[in-house]
Design a protein around this ligand. Structure first.
Ligand code: GLN
Length: 191
């Protein structure tokens, strides 16, 4: 399997490392041609406004939208989630491929970062220690979106819509490979 990681900015290298630990080919994506022949794409944490600017400059907006529309698996973590969302509540360009509304920086500033155990639907073997860094929350989800995880107060932090997976937190900053493995099963079963 060949999985791409959007490598314009942010912590793409950590995703690449985790994919290699799972013995799949990991490709850094910076140009439209790098999407050719991929079975799935991860968009990492970073700064979503910077993603938008660079994706526009490198002609990636439409190819990324087409990738999502083709039914291939796409996973956004933190800034990547924001970049996938239809609505971020302000005038900020996104791919608009996933039917969720998102609130950026919903848990405060960098110093307010935290790690918390989550129950995530589809993951067995207990809770998952999730790393939140200036993270977004998912405010509302469309009819086809399945909520996979919430905080204890009900805040939505992981969701799936067909071939698209979104997590508010950073699975690439843990040693837990379960969510990456879960994403690989989505890549195998193209929607
Ligand atoms: N706060 C960032 C944004 O709005 C996301 C932070 C992250 O990816 N850790 O894009």
């Amino acid at each position: 399997m060949r999985i791409g990681v959007l490598a314009l900015q942010g912590d793409f290298a950590e995703h690449v490392q985790m994919l290699r630990q799972l013995k799949v080919e990991a490709i850094e994506v910076r140009l439209p041609a790098h999407l050719d022949g991929l079975d799935g794409l991860i968009m990492p944490g970073g700064e979503s406004t910077t993603f938008a600017k660079l994706a526009l400059r490198f002609g990636l907006i439409q190819p990324l939208q087409q990738f999502a529309a083709s039914g291939k698996a796409m996973w956004g973590t933190c800034a990547g989630l924001i970049f996938m969302a239809k609505d971020v509540g302000r005038d900020q360009p996104t791919l608009g491929v996933m039917d969720i509304t998102v609130k950026r920086n919903a848990f405060g500033r960098q110093v307010d970062s935290f790690i918390t155990p989550l129950v995530i639907a589809g993951l067995d073997k207990g809770t998952y220690d999730a790393v939140f860094i200036r993270a977004p929350l998912i405010e509302t989800v469309g009819d086809n979106v399945i909520v996979l995880s919430t905080l204890l107060d009900g805040t939505i932090v992981a969701a799936r819509e067909n071939n698209m997976l979104a997590t508010s937190f950073h699975p690439e900053l843990t040693r837990d490979l379960r969510l990456h493995a879960f994403f690989l099963t989505m890549c195998q079963h193209r929607q």
